[in-house]
Design a protein around this ligand. Sequence first.
Ligand code: AMP
Ligand code: MG
Length: 325
Amino acid sequence: MITLGIESTAHTFGVGIVEDGTILANVKSAYEPDEGGIHPRKASEHHYANAKQTIDNAISKADISEEDIDLVAFSQGPGIPQCLQIGGTAARSLSQKLGVPLVGVNHCIAHIEVGKLETGAEDPVTLYVSGGNSQIIAYAGGKYRIFGETLDIAIGNAIDKFARSIDIPHPGGPRIEELAEKSENLVELPYVVKGMDFSFSGLVTRLQQMLGDYDEEDLCYSFQEYAFAMLVEATERAIAHLDKDEVLVTGGVAANKRLQEMLEVMAKERGANSYKVPNEYAMDNGAMIAYTGQLKYNSKGETEINRSGIKPDWRTDQVEADWNG
Ligand code: AMP
Ligand code: MG
């Protein structure tokens, strides 16, 4: 079975093509803001302008023809409404044109499923950290449940915000990581973990107040140490409560070496295995949507056109994900 999947929740218009457990193509076109963060209208205009070409590129990369496609999957949510709309429209029209079923996929669950496919993790506690999401998720009782999450902004968004205040363009993560590597001087910052949840906006405000009085490298280093320790603490508690022995990290922020190292140390101390999703599949991508669409279709069938509207606030734990057995 060949599935084409479309991702368009935020900055990336991605198209993946999957044949059962094999990824045949994973192509993307990413909107990059000239200044500031992601502008919803501009991002959606970018997606609209690049949708057809990206779909065509994926089909030729996979070395198939349109008629070989058996199923069309798309990111139904959560995400920026204007952006989701473009992917949804492209997916509906492609499925109708080809006369094949359509399936709507939850973006966060897709990150986990492709992560399991790529790393071999079977039943992990997942730390999903990106520009728009920060969640600790694990499978329990037929659903992916959220055991901890940010109370305000996502970690990637926090990093990008602070980066902008020191004139680093979007996305700021890689440059902040480079600056952090140049310091070992920890300065005190707010550490906010509440139960299993965490919060980053106060941390960013404090960092912005400290600008000018402290060395930027020290601030970047301390930011990473504090923010990642908060994430790892909550992830560790989820592993302990759930008695799982795998931790999977995914999302754009998973590219950060220091975060990976802190998770590895924690996992090792608990006798658990730590897995990092390769960057190509940790960032937003179409392959994860195609692969998860196929899993969902095989267990639950298609998404009827009248139920295929976008779901900007769709939560991970609203999905019956019982294809996991
Ligand atoms: P995503 O939303 O999954 O596409 O991920 C994008 C987010 O990942 C942005 O907020 C980036 O700043 C962040 N990011 C990318 N690379 C790194 C890195 N090396 N360290 C920290 N954050 C990163
Ligand atoms: Mg994502």
